[in-house]
Design a protein around this ligand. Sequence first.
Ligand code: SF4
Length: 235
Amino acid sequence: MWTELIDEVRQQQAAMDMLSAAWISDYTAGGGRIHCGRGCRGCCSLAVSTTMTEAVAIAGALSEAQAEAVWQQVERLRKKIGPVQDIKGYLRMHRQEIGFCSLLAEDGACGIYSLRPLSCRALLSTKESRWCGVDFSQVSAEEKRAFVESLDRSVVSFPLHYVASTQEMGQEMESRASRRMADCCGFSLYGSLPVLVHLVLEYGLDRACADGHGAAVKCIEWSGLNNPFLLHLEF
Ligand code: SF4
């Protein structure tokens, strides 16, 4: 089952790369600028979410050192997630206390570039990378105003500086991947990239999903990571 779902999601990822390259080419031809590039890593400090299928593909390709880094990040999340009350609080906690994606390589490039999830592929920045990692609660009102005024509202998902159309395409492809998982398992799973990868590596969540909803829920509960900010199970 997973082999087939992974093949399909890889096709979606390849399509995403082609569509976003075409979008960048049109935008830059019209005088716009996209600031993403190897090693800029600003967006890798965000809380990254992914589909279960992409997590299974990534888990199967990690080195021991990468799996260890994922485990460490999940342990940090486990310790910090308890008091979180809402999504804003989760994103703030993630940015301030969890740090960069555990799959970021030492040279600042993505350590799983060819396998990176759709959510990473879809994020294109119309501003310098420092704006991707910025904590807006620490930015002065004047700077915030200047930032907002500088945005190209015809393309961004205002008031953020990321390109709206590629994000929408990525979300559509993620929904398709989730629907395909639901066709096979009767439910789909979406959530934190490190948590899903860790659950596959350490708890066999991929096998549990193939055994059905009950087995998957049991596996997630056993891990102690059944938190609504980390995992979403849908029918
Ligand atoms: S998977 Fe790669 S691109 Fe995505 S957040 Fe992690 S290091 Fe960055």
